[in-house]
Ligand binder design. Structure first.
Ligand SMILES: [Zn+2]
Length: 470
């Protein structure tokens, strides 16, 4: 049996400042080594001051993952020497005196599978190493400390996953959840990183480190299972070790023997007092927590009769569900959900496209109303949406510029129908004896009007003409 456990590092990207100083949490917009100060560089005499907002955000994550939250939390020093760690220790959490990390045991459902969460801890991110040089001989390593000290939440699971697909499903659910909570933007480079431990057939556990994206995590786990199965089939003992994910070659390679907790010489961080999180604070955080994805989905289905699958897609993406909330009314909800999930999601499917697109909630409202009142066909609406996303012009302007309005003028439509009926005499005969074949004629009218004939009106007029023709 395969057992997989995960340690997920998630940056709290929506915070103003780093975890223990006033440098910016958004280190991405700075030049190299510009977003630093004596505190995050660990200069002698500097003292950390805890970012209270980070504690709140981490507690919200713990609550959303059904974890217990302790009355008091504590911070520890994890001592190790590595160039990306200017202080030579990382301030993190450890449950040595009972549960004193922001989140204790919890769980989350992934389909029918319950994944147990071991703990959630708040810690600082190290800096970033940048490797330069074309070959291993002339390679140099540079350090950028802009990231050092930014707030990171580590989510540790029990080894409850049995295959890479469960891992992927869990990661999708988790990143949607974190985004929905407004604590992190998982699409930012480096915002989500992970370690995984994998064992098969009750054998030794192998830890894979340094997996830079969720996409690679699934690949790394898959590779590691295959590697271990191959060794196992040849009766070769699987060594307990730490392996490193090489994201260029897409393989895991043996790195160093695994450190144990003892190696890190953990001790209480004396510069940060224990922080109590009262029931009042917890109640307040709970009351301010955004509606969960599952409850959103339920509401969309029960209140607006939106099909389950559409509601599922819509509710799990914060960007689109926010847009839906802003634009829908009880009357147009179903239509708006339809426009978003069938057309808009395909048009703006990346972060860059979202940023550059020019549409607003008002555009969506106008589109839905025009479709519902028969002013524009679905097909033309799709073309209009394309233009809206590109230009931001109003729907009415685009409809007149591209001549997208429906033909709903009765005399104009009657003329077209007259023409079709004279061209399609055989079909007219058939439609008279078998009314089901009338759709062929409707199709012809649509073709002639380039899809702009009002479908209901066309059908009505056609039926009347067929009867009066007799
Ligand atoms: Zn700083």
């Amino acid at each position: 049996m395969t057992k997989i456990g995960l340690e997920i590092h998630c940056q709290l990207t929506n915070l103003e400042s780093k975890l223990f100083c006033s440098c910016k949490a958004n280190y991405r917009e700075f030049k190299i080594n510009e977003n630093i100060c004596p505190i995050c560089m660990g200069l002698p005499g500097s003292l950390p001051r805890l970012n209270q907002e980070a504690v709140k955000k981490a507690t919200i994550i713990a609550m959303a993952l059904n974890c217990t939250t302790p009355e008091k939390i504590a911070f520890f020093r994890k001592n190790y020497f590595y160039p990306d760690l200017p202080k030579n220790f990382q301030i993190t959490q450890l449950n040595i005196y009972g549960n004193t990390s922001v989140g204790g045991p919890g769980s989350i459902m992934v389909g029918d599978k319950k994944i147990r969460i071991t703990r959630i801890q708040l810690e600082e991110d190290p800096g970033r190493l940048i490797y330069e040089g074309s070959s291993s001989k002339n390679q140099i390593t540079l350090v950028d400390y802009n990231r050092a000290g930014t707030p990171l939440v580590e989510i540790v699971t029990e080894p409850d996953f049995e295959n890479p697909k469960q891992v992927r499903d869990f990661l999708n659910i988790l990143s949607d959840l974190l985004e929905n909570l407004g604590v992190s933007d998982p699409s930012l480079e480096g915002a989500m990183r992970a370690d995984a431990n994998v064992s098969i057939q009750g054998g030794n556990k192998v830890e894979i480190k340094n997996i830079g994206s969720f996409h690679d995590l699934e690949k790394a786990v898959h590779f590691e299972i295959t590697r271990q199965e191959s060794l196992h089939s040849r009766d070769i003992q699987i060594v307990q070790e730490t392996r490193h994910w090489d994201d260029r070659r897409k393989i895991t390679i043996s790195s160093r023997s695994k450190e144990e907790d003892l190696d890190y010489r953990y001790f209480l961080e004396g510069d940060i007092p224990w922080v109590s999180i009262s029931d009042e604070i917890k109640d307040e955080l709970k009351s301010k927590m955004p509606e969960s994805i599952s409850s959103k989905k339920e509401r969309y289905v029960s209140k607006y009769n939106i099909p389950g699958q559409v509601a599922d897609v819509l509710s799990s993406d914060k960007f689109y569900s926010d847009l839906f909330e802003e634009s829908h009314t009880p009357e147009n909800a179903k239509e708006i959900a339809n426009i978003i999930t069938t057309d808009l999601m395909g048009l703006v499917d990346t972060r860059e496209k979202r940023r550059d697109s020019k549409f607003t909630a008002t555009h969506l409202k106008d589109l839905a109303e025009s479709i519902q009142s028969g002013k524009i066909s679905r097909n033309s609406a799709k073309n209009a949406l394309h233009e809206i996303v590109r230009t931001g012009k109003s729907l009415s302007q685009i409809m007149s510029e591209l001549d997208l309005g429906n033909v709903s003028d009765e005399s104009e439509l009657s003329e077209v129908i007259q023409q079709i009926m004279s061209e399609e005499q055989q079909a007219v005969k058939e439609a008279k004896s078998n009314p089901k074949t009338i759709n062929y004629l409707v199709g012809k009218v649509m073709q002639k009007t380039k899809g702009k004939a009002d479908p209901a009106m066309t059908l009505n007029l056609l039926k009347n003409r067929l009867v009066s023709d007799d």
